[in-house]
Ligand binder design. Structure first.
Ligand SMILES: [Zn+2]
Length: 676
């Protein structure tokens, strides 16, 4: 079977901020007329209903993705303005499409037609996802309930904004000027310099501190002055609450309970008992109870070890630092000292072994060996900056699978962090099969002068992580837009390939492929590698129980909240802490009031996803531990059962096909230094 392939590379040079909005308007109105036309079809078929929508969607994203990408990596005032003006148009368009009941009815007619049984599994899955998403958006409710659903959605959106505004305002409201440098003992010079500049910008003498996370974190970790640590800890952990320096002023107590009530009502309108049930519908897990069991099981194993770690910390604090007790505001400070003593390893020790010129081609070699691929640079393509390179991935049959644009280094007007984004997805288009193209963006430390760019081990791990997302996007064999690559993959399974790839940054055989001293070419010494691996698990049980605390709290809130009465949020958190926490939280702590992930972000009844995906990735990698990290059959199986399948079937099916059984937590526990 050979199909014509087509590749639609981004045309960065053609992006013109002055015409972006107008071009977008044109594309949206073309898309809208396709929707209007196909929604009326009496007897819709895949080719008359879905294909035209896919084509219109593809046209829109081929236009929009370079605009959005450039806005992130080559930001200018003009482009930002065009981008910001376009966003509301796009979101209004997609909201209206999701609530278009004619389109929903047409999709249902296709789902119930004879043709449905002739569609392939990916097409069926895509269609069913669409119907599910329409229904979760309230499209099929009675008129009365639809009206109420709309009111609830609007109220929720307002409350979520208020919640995050309160957190932001509370964060901004607190600052502290320190005039005596002696009080800053222990802080790194960089943190002090930043504090001094902050003060001088406000015409103050001294060092100014605020509650921005890096500032807060530096004080907690490094300031020798315990009273200062306590003060900033108290301010930070009472933000937007009824306690602390701004008690009651930006208080989220009421709107948090209102948010929970309205979510419960939304779930009820859609026929679910509680919001947690609704939240897990598009996820990999089957029920809230399964999530609770999963978290409880981890807790049972991790809590004793976390208690031991905390006792060790207390003993160290007493013996070496003369502290009679370890308060919550001392934990980061004491932990850092203990870590230094136990491992004596710093980022700087490893950097000479990771020149980018070795790490990046080495990563391609690792991936090539693992999955039978060849990755080669493509010349003479349109790029937006000299740092950017385009690569093509070809498999062992000589088939081109996809391309990616690698943009490695930090520079001005480029958004921070690292991410993978799609330019185009694998899907059927008029000319045949369109191949996927990814943007891989990092902010690595750029080369200085004649020295090559030397990467930290963390930066190399980040590269592998993002490349894992990229491989998931590019190696798919599915031709249906909604479920190819990472599209349609359950939220709690998306991080499987990315976290999975990180493992090749910790093994001698693969490390030797991605590292080598930039002056001598020497391999990383055994002793250094051992230290690196040992430090990886420092306090891993304490970190794990903290994640469990957040995850259990989030689930319990959304399982217990009802639409008719306010829930006691603080009591629920106290109960969860009783079960899993090892830190001696003071009564005034109100971290829950600023827990934006679940109140204003997208993680409501979903915070567990972080841990869930880690179980999957650790367990998937354990097969390579058993069979060899470059075992060809294991590599091929991961490629065909996970990466190539995309969202065309449930993530659990893909996992079982690869691993031969359902996931187990043993590997994660072992990797975290906890006995299984
Ligand atoms: Zn990720």
């Amino acid at each position: 079977m050979s199909q014509a392939i087509t590749i639609n590379r981004p045309n960065f040079s053609a992006v013109n901020p002055a015409s972006v909005e107008q071009q977008l308007d044109t594309l949206l109105s073309e898309y809208q007329s396709v929707i209007d036309r196909v929604a009326k079809l009496e007897n819709p078929s895949w080719d008359t209903l879905v294909r035209p929508l896919e084509e219109a969607g593809n046209k829109l994203s081929l236009f929009w993705s370079p605009v959005s990408h450039l806005n992130s990596v080559m930001n200018t005032d003009k482009l930002r303005e065009a981008y910001n003006n376009s966003l509301p148009k796009l979101s209004a368009f997609y909201t209206a499409m999701g609530q278009n009941s004619d389109l929903y009815e047409a999709t249902l007619r296709l789902r119930n037609s004879d043709e449905y049984n002739q569609l392939n599994a990916a097409q069926q899955k895509g269609l069913n996802n669409d119907i599910r998403d329409f229904e979760l958006g309230g499209v099929s409710l009675s008129d009365e309930n639809k009206k109420r659903y709309g009111e609830v959605a609007q109220a929720l959106s307002k409350l979520k904004t208020e919640h995050s505004d309160n957190v932001l305002d509370a964060t901004n409201a607190w600052e502290k000027l320190i005039e005596n440098e002696a009080e800053l003992a222990g802080l790194p010079e960089s943190a002090k310099a930043a504090a001094k500049q902050r003060a001088s910008e406000k015409d103050m003498q001294g060092w100014l501190f605020n509650l921005e996370f890096p500032v807060y974190y530096a004080v907690l970790m490094f300031a020798e002055n315990a009273a200062l640590r306590e003060e900033i800890y108290t301010a930070y952990n009472t933000r937007a609450s009824d306690k602390g320096p701004h008690a009651g002023q930006f208080d989220n107590s009421t709107n948090a309970t209102e948010i929970l009530k309205l979510r419960a009502e939304k779930a009820q309108l859609l026929g679910y008992d509680n919001y947690a049930q609704l939240s897990i519908v598009p996820k990999m897990v089957d029920s809230p109870e399964q999530v609770i069991d999963f978290l409880n099981d981890l807790a049972k194993r991790a809590v004793p070890e976390a208690k031991r770690e905390f006792a060790e910390l207390e003993a160290f604090a007493k013996k070496e630092l003369g502290l009679t007790s370890v308060n919550t505001w001392d934990v980061a400070f004491v932990s850092d000292k203990l870590k230094q003593k136990q491992y004596a390893i710093s980022d700087e020790d490893l950097k000479p072994y990771f020149p980018a010129s070795k790490a990046i081609p080495g990563m391609f070699e690792v991936v090539g060996k693992l999955f039978g691929l060849n990755i080669a640079q493509v010349n003479d393509v349109d790029v937006y900056h000299e740092d950017v390179q385009c690569y093509a991935i070809t498999d062992n049959n000589g088939d081109l699978r996809g391309e990616f644009y690698l943009d490695n280094y930090a520079r001005p007007h480029k958004r921070g962090g690292a991410w993978m984004d799609s330019h185009s997805s694998r899907q059927q288009v008029e000319q045949g099969v369109q191949l996927p193209i990814a943007y891989l963006t990092c902010n690595l430390t750029p080369p200085v002068g004649d020295e090559p760019a030397l990467l930290t081990h963390m930066e190399v791990t980040t590269l592998f992580h993002e490349f894992g997302h990229g491989l998931h996007h590019m190696l798919t064999r599915i031709d249906t837009a909604g479920v190819s690559g990472i599209s349609g993959v359950e939220w709690d399974a998306v991080e499987l390939p990315s976290q999975f790839m990180e493992n090749w940054c910790w093994e001698r055989e693969s490390l030797d492929m991605i590292s080598g001293h930039y002056q001598t070419g020497d391999a990383i010494p055994d002793e250094l590698l051992e230290k690196l691996r040992a430090a990886k698990n420092f306090q891993s049980a304490m970190q794990l129980v903290r994640q469990l605390e957040f995850s259990l709290f989030d689930m319990q809130l959304h399982m217990q909240a009802t639409s008719h009465s306010a829930i006691d949020i603080n009591q629920i958190l106290d109960d969860v802490r009783e079960q899993v926490a090892v830190l001696p939280y003071p009564e005034f702590v109100r971290l829950q009031h600023a827990f934006s992930h679940i109140f204003s972000g997208g993680y409501s009844a979903g915070y567990f996803s972080y841990k869930w995906a880690e179980v999957l990735s650790a367990d998937a990698f354990s097969r390579f531990e058993e069979e060899g990290i470059f075992n060809q059959q294991a590599g091929k199986d991961f490629l065909t059962h996970v990466l190539e399948m995309g969202g065309s079937r449930r993530a659990m099916e893909s996992f079982v096909a690869f691993r031969g059984r359902e996931p187990k937590v043993d590997a994660l526990l072992r990797h975290s230094g906890l006995a299984a």
